[in-house]
Design a protein around this ligand. Structure first.
Ligand SMILES: [Fe+2]
Ligand SMILES: [Fe+2]
Length: 233
């Protein structure tokens, strides 16, 4: 087993445990859904919006459809948060801004490296963000299906993860359609560097995630929030 596999397994176990804790805590559930909202309205949409000005027509259509999906995801999440009594969401933490800044910095030297232009780099970043979304939502769906299949959040996450799988595939396929054969090695190098950012921050983010959810669960035990959540199994 490689260090990468170990890192991925560690992140997965920490987050899975945190999500299990969240099932009995309305505060923790609201925190998780707010994080998803940051990714839907923040990173995913921001990168896709940057693609459209330089996109050929076929790609412009694809991105616009994807942006509509992201809006639908955000409104599903906002709706569920409202059901949980959360109408005002917190701004994203500094660490997420650091991640986007780092992503921009890593991508910068590649912006002039492809014949099709910087759009290739944006699509590579979008494909990685979407793939991260697939992992994040699939993990949560697994926990929900096993322990709280009747919770209204389960259906929402199921519907989002289906779209994210399609997005991850289509962003990568679109990038590859624009990359020339002789640029393929450079494209793979770029994708590796983008994926490394996720890995580098993975453990830090997952430990922070666990601490916040565990603290929320403790607060709910001490002073139950006045929020309605279907009891988990
Ligand atoms: Fe999304
Ligand atoms: Fe997406």
């Amino acid at each position: 087993m490689t260090i990468r596999d170990l890192q991925r397994q560690a992140v997965d176990s920490i987050k899975r445990h945190a999500l299990t804790i969240s099932l009995r805590s309305p505060r923790a559930q609201a925190h998780v859904l707010t994080e998803y909202l940051w990714s839907e309205e923040g990173a995913e949409s921001t990168v896709l919006e940057r693609v459209t000005p330089d996109a050929p027509e076929w790609l412009d259509k694809l991105i616009r459809r994807q942006l509509l999906d992201e809006q639908r995801h955000a409104s599903l999440l906002r709706g569920r948060l409202a059901e949980l009594g959360v109408t005002v969401t917190r701004p994203p933490p500094q660490l997420l801004k650091v991640k986007l800044w780092w992503l921009d910095r890593v991508c910068e030297p590649y912006k002039t490296a492809f014949a099709a232009g910087p759009i290739v780099v944006l699509l590579a970043a979008a494909a990685q963000l979407e793939a991260t979304g697939v992992r994040m939502f699939s993990r949560h769906l697994g926990v929900l299906e096993e322990r709280a299949p009747a919770d209204p959040t389960t259906e929402i996450i199921r519907s989002i993860v289906g779209d994210e799988k399609r997005h991850a595939k289509s962003c990568r396929a679109a990038a590859l359609r624009l990359v020339r054969e002789d640029e393929r090695a450079l494209f793979d190098e770029l994708c590796d560097k983008i994926a490394a950012i996720d890995r580098a921050l993975g453990i830090t983010i997952s430990i922070g995630f666990w601490v916040v959810l565990a603290a929320s669960a403790v607060r709910d035990r001490v002073a139950p929030a006045n929020l309605e959540i279907k009891a988990a199994a």
